[in-house]
Ligand binder design. Structure first.
Ligand SMILES: [Zn+2]
Ligand SMILES: [Zn+2]
Length: 128
């Protein structure tokens, strides 16, 4: 039997491009394959191809940019970041989480995981 026949056929919701379950699996490594397959076969869900998903994300980031400050600075090294750079560094965050951090003036922004760790190390030391 053809491998592909086992899976439901999916097309990109936005552009209609045929989606591949294997790409979908490799894009979602944080979930188990069983969970991914369940999502894949869920009739109420629609998926986007990588290209459309990227465009969608850029569109969402633009909205966040318009709502909040243009730039923020790394709490540790003071380098200036915009929302696009920040979203790339924290690409493991969901858009909503990115938005909540970016728009919250009291949330600390870091340019890298290194700066984040460094900052908290110093802070801990100062407290002692
Ligand atoms: Zn598409
Ligand atoms: Zn930094």
């Amino acid at each position: 039997m053809d491998e592909h026949k086992k899976f439901k056929e999916r097309n990109c919701w936005a552009c209609g491009k045929r989606l591949n379950i294997y790409d979908f699996l490799s894009d979602n490594l944080e979930f188990t394959p069983e969970y991914i397959l369940k999502l894949w076969h869920a009739p109420i869900l629609e998926f986007h191809c990588c290209e459309c998903f990227k465009n969608l994300k850029i569109h969402e980031l633009k909205l966040i940019k318009n709502l909040g400050p243009e730039k923020r600075n790394c709490q540790n090294c003071n380098i200036s970041l915009d929302i696009y750079k920040f979203s790339k560094i924290y690409n493991f965050l969901k858009l909503k989480e990115l938005k909540d951090i970016w728009l919250n003036e009291n949330a600390l922004i870091f340019c890298s995981g290194y700066c984040e760790k460094y900052y908290y190390k110093i802070k801990k030391r100062k407290r002692k």
